[in-house]
Design a protein around this ligand. Structure first.
Ligand SMILES: C[S@@+](CC[C@H](N)C(=O)[O-])C[C@H]1O[C@@H](n2cnc3c(N)ncnc32)[C@H](O)[C@@H]1O
Length: 350
């Protein structure tokens, strides 16, 4: 009996089925997450630093909160669960898929207002809703969602053939096609270098212009192949088209300009004690947030030659001097979270 039992055990340990079961166990959280999301109208998004970003807001009932980047509603859901019964959440997104998925996911909350509009219009929208001040806090989780990257036809990914698109807002009339086929060679070089930190910007821009003079570039894979063919084959874990695709996405959606313009508007809207919490994924974006927070938390901006300081009191107090980053466990489940940086500040202006 013991002989059969130990033979059976050895067989199982060596078998592919056993290895598959072990693998299945390791992947369980991810698999469960994907199943849940395919159920949720196929909208998948791994919410980055969910607890850290929402803890920072010190959620309370009776206060007003704004989620500027609703996405799949991961952060919004947690905020809502913490502001019952009398808190209010206003959530913005421009993406129809995100609005649909989050509306379904959060349908049981009646103190949520979802706005299909750009966060750049936050002042106007809050005014129309009769809100003068954000009394609790505001959250930005910048960049694209997992859904946008992985839904092939949205054209964000070089690994799936699709029209060159990359618009967060499907109603916008400017897409990646326009950038690739109408920008001057110098402008292409500028955005590839600035937003993508692409070493071969000049070479790629030149090739794009040569190619589109023969035939316009229409699809993600045409552009990705062009980049692969005109850049040296270097051993790297990232695809040669990654940086150019990122740069085009930032340009199409005016991501940096939007953040820059909106953060100042948000400071005007924050009530005394309210929190601003920003997650960014790109060094240029993080630099914008860092400088703005630093500038508005400094007591004095005078140059040294000035005898008397007339600077107004600071607006912000930094909650964390160094940005918070995702933990090892989170990075294991969702590798892109490794580039996320969370900065938090509190409004100290009466
Ligand atoms: C990283 S995702 C947010 C994910 C969300 N925090 C969650 O947990 O599910 C960023 C979202 O911001 C949206 N977005 C980007 N620019 C925007 C803008 N100017 N106004 C409103 N939403 C914007 C994108 O469409 C995307 O859905």
């Amino acid at each position: 009996m013991w002989y059969y039992f130990s033979n059976l055990t050895m067989y199982l340990i060596k078998s592919d089925t056993f290895r598959w079961l072990l693998q299945l166990r390791a992947d369980t959280p991810r698999l469960l997450f994907s199943c849940y999301n395919s159920f949720m109208e196929e909208f998948t998004h791994y919410t980055v630093m969910k607890n850290e970003a929402v803890d920072a807001l010190e959620c309370k009932s009776g206060k007003i909160y704004v989620d500027c980047t609703l996405g799949g509603g991961g952060h919004s859901g947690l905020i809502l669960s913490r502001i019952q019964p009398d808190g209010k959440l206003i959530a913005f997104d421009v993406d129809e898929d995100a609005i649909k998925a989050a509306s379904e996911r959060l349908k049981d909350y009646n103190n949520l207002t979802i706005v299909k509009n750009s966060y750049t219009n936050i002042k106007k929208v809050l005014h129309e809703l009769g809100i003068q001040k954000i009394t609790g806090g505001v959250l930005f989780d910048l960049g694209a969602s997992y859904h946008q990257f992985h839904k092939g036809e949205r054209g964000f990914s070089f690994s799936k053939e699709a029209p060159l698109d990359m618009r967060f807002n499907q109603d916008a009339d400017f897409s990646a096609y326009d950038v690739v086929n109408t920008y001057s060679e110098q402008d292409l070089v500028r955005i590839f270098s600035e937003y993508g930190e692409e070493r071969f910007s000049k070479r790629i821009a030149k090739k794009i212009v040569e190619q589109r003079n023969v035939k316009k570039l229409e699809t993600t894979t045409e552009l990705a192949d062009l980049i692969v063919n005109c850049t040296p084959h270097v051993k790297s874990s990232i695809h040669p088209a990654t940086r150019v695709f990122q740069a085009i996405r930032i340009e199409v959606n005016q991501e940096l300009t939007n953040v820059k313009n909106t953060l100042n508007d948000v400071l005007d809207l924050l009530d005394f004690g309210a929190i601003i919490s920003v997650i960014s994924f790109h060094s240029l974006e993080d630099r914008l947030v860092k400088h703005l927070f630093k500038y508005h938390s400094q007591r004095c901006h005078c140059d040294k030659s000035q005898m008397i300081c007339h600077c107004p009191p600071p607006i912000l107090e930094l909650v964390n001097k160094k940005p918070i980053t995702a933990g090892d466990e989170e990075i294991k489940i969702n590798p892109p979270s490794r580039s996320a940086k969370l900065r938090i500040a509190r409004c100290i202006r009466h």
